[in-house]
Design a protein around this ligand. Structure first.
Ligand code: AMP
Ligand code: MG
Length: 332
């Protein structure tokens, strides 16, 4: 299973989308006029990024279905947003008309057979981080028979070296099933293989979790990490950059226990990140130890929460979660 053409196409698409998002985030920081509730920069970058990725994919694979997060409703009613998206997309791909852009964005909203081969796109994962000028990711993955076979994460603000911020930022992570996981600088071609860390004593581990407290239970994470003897403060970082951090060995664990039990995780929030961790030698399951099932639709309907680790710690983390659930039941 080489998927070389798919890999080249996907990397090219994510690099272009990452450049587009970077342009918008830089202008956002420099203009400094964005009011707290003005989400138009993220709307523009989100839709521009989705248009670029879908256009690139459809050029190479015109018959492949794509599941992407956004639709064109916001654009159809706002001329200003449409003009901005048109300008941003044309800076990445020449001579694209407005009609072509709208069509490409909406291509990702069609219903499909999730058991067949399809692409899934999160044009900006971590929009809150994007607006804060912090971490976000552009995520693209290919799913075949319910399993992720290729995943890319463009992480424009992610440090090239976790311990040496002076080395700069902007990473692209890529993995193809059975072929390992790699990182390259967003502005360079040189690829490097990445591996999870080899920590086997949970006390030595550090874990990552979402910044947004509505997206996962920080309280449950604190209980579990304390039961595991972890004393290092958690690494709070937006988006699938958390998976990248596990895959590169910056941290050993990523916890995502639901805050709201009825929330079902979206496939595009986990497809790319999960294959990158798996191919870097780690393990990804839900909080019950079940594999993530990408064949059920736009949501991970048969899973609850997510746990990603370096593999060596996986069983211990799942046991700690199960113990904490049992003691919670006992006190009810
Ligand atoms: P993160 O950056 O890890 O906080 O994840 C961002 C993603 O969280 C977004 O792409 C949303 O799809 C997803 N999200 C939104 N609401 C929730 C929620 N209540 N629980 C879990 N994830 C959520
Ligand atoms: Mg997302």
């Amino acid at each position: 299973m080489t998927h070389n053409f798919e890999l080249d196409t996907a990397i090219n698409a994510v690099i272009k989308a990452s450049r587009l998002c970077r342009t918008v985030q830089n202008s956002l920081v420099s203009i400094d006029t964005v009011r707290k509730n003005d989400r138009s920069p993220v709307t523009i970058a989100d839709l521009g990024s989705q248009a670029v990725i879908n256009l690139e994919l459809l050029k190479s694979f015109p018959n492949d279905p794509i599941i992407s997060e956004e639709d064109t409703i916001a654009l159809r009613n706002h001329e200003y947003l449409r003009e901005k998206v048109l300008e941003l997309v044309n800076a990445q791909i020449d001579h694209i008309s407005e009609a072509h852009i709208l069509e490409a964005i909406d291509y990702g909203t069609r219903e499909i057979d999730y058991k067949s081969r399809f692409w899934t796109v999160d044009p900006i994962d971590g929009t809150k981080g994007f607006l804060r000028g912090e971490q976000y990711a552009i995520a693209l993955a290919l799913v075949e028979d319910g399993q992720v076979v290729l995943g890319i994460l463009g992480c424009p603000n992610f440090p090239l070296n976790h311990d040496r911020p002076e080395y700069g930022k902007g990473c692209l992570f890529a993995a193809v099933k059975g072929n390992g996981a790699f990182v390259q600088g967003l502005d360079q071609d040189k690829k490097e293989r990445i591996h999870v860390d080899s920590i086997s004593h949970p006390q030595e581990a550090r874990f990552a979790e979402p910044v947004e407290k509505a997206h996962a239970s920080h309280t449950a994470h604190a209980q579990i990490s304390s039961a595991l003897g972890i004393t290092t403060p958690s690494y709070r970082i937006d988006s699938q950059c958390k998976y990248a951090a596990v895959a590169r060995g910056d941290v050993s664990i990523y916890l995502r226990l639901p805050k709201d039990k009825s929330y079902q995780e979206k496939i595009w929030d986990h497809a790319s990140g999960s294959i990158i961790v798996n191919e870097a030698g780690g393990r990804v399951t839900d909080t019950h130890g079940k594999p993530l099932d990408f064949s059920k639709g736009r949501k991970l309907q048969s899973n609850e929460g997510v746990v990603a680790t370096n593999g060596k710690l996986h069983r211990k983390v799942l046991n700690a979660i199960s113990n904490s659930r049992n003691s919670e039941k006992g006190t009810k």
